[in-house]
Ligand binder design. Structure first.
Ligand SMILES: [Fe+2]
Length: 247
């Protein structure tokens, strides 16, 4: 029999140890059950497969479903509550010829500016998306000829669509951004989709290309006249999004 406890107090077995549970003697709330739920304090793994085989590449996680950060995080739930409870105002359109802003007679969305807190929360995702877009449209040649399409961006504005609300067709060459304090010509538009539990409310490009992304997605497109878009009527639920324009 190859079994024993060494003088160092360590239990040695020279074949399998078979037991349904392994408990941590210091804290019985920690245990390993390979066929059921395990509760462990600190876990380091080199490679992880979730719902799929592990790749074996150190540092790689492979998952067959979403990876959800801050799941059940109360801080994020509180923040969503703050958006709803702050004051919303009707969206207005800029009249470039008259130099004035005005509301539409149609049922259009409500908007509100961001707080510094929410801006700070969303900025890393905006920068990340800008980086992805920059990589896609880098000019060939590199070196001094390489240009970034996006360097700065406006503050986030939140959009809320109640049932019956739309955003009429337009393009994002937003002239009010040309002057201070932003002072840039928008080249890239981004919509951060904050929820998807509503009916209708598709984002429609060129009258026939409909997009209805999952909550947490960001959609980005060039802000120029070649990308007219609208939001169709929300028929039930509320549609929440955040928008930012980059230059
Ligand atoms: Fe737009």
């Amino acid at each position: 029999m190859s079994l024993g406890v060494g003088s160092d107090g360590i239990f040695y077995a020279y074949n399998h140890i078979r037991t349904p549970y392994i408990y941590d003697s210091n804290n019985t709330a920690y245990y390993f059950d390979g066929n059921n739920t395990s509760v462990m304090n600190l876990v380091t793994v080199n490679s992880l497969g979730v719902g799929t085989s592990v790749s074996g590449t150190t540092g790689e996680i492979r998952a067959t479903n979403n990876i959800t950060a801050y799941y059940s995080d109360e801080r994020l739930k509180t923040r969503l509550g703050k958006i709803e409870n702050r004051e919303w105002r009707p969206h207005t359109w800029y009249n470039a010829q008259a130099g004035t802003f005005g509301s539409e007679p149609t049922m259009e969305l409500d908007v509100q500016n961001t707080t510094d807190e929410l801006q700070n929360l969303l900025t890393p995702f905006i920068v990340q998306m800008g980086g992805i877009y920059n990589q896609k449209v880098l000019f060939e040649g590199g070196g001094e000829r390489t240009q970034q399409i996006m360097n700065k961006f406006s503050k986030v504005r939140f959009n809320r669509y109640e049932p019956g609300m739309i955003m009429r067709c337009h393009m994002d060459h937003i002239r009010s951004l040309f002057s201070p304090p932003e002072q840039g010509i928008p080249v890239l538009s981004m919509i951060i989709c904050l929820n998807d539990d509503y009916e209708g409310g598709e984002l429609v490009f060129w009258d026939d290309y409909k997009v209805k992304p999952a909550a947490g997605s960001i959609i980005a497109w060039p802000s120029l006249f070649l990308y007219p878009h609208r939001v169709d009527e929300v028929t039930s639920g509320r549609r929440w999004s955040a928008v930012v324009w980059c230059w």
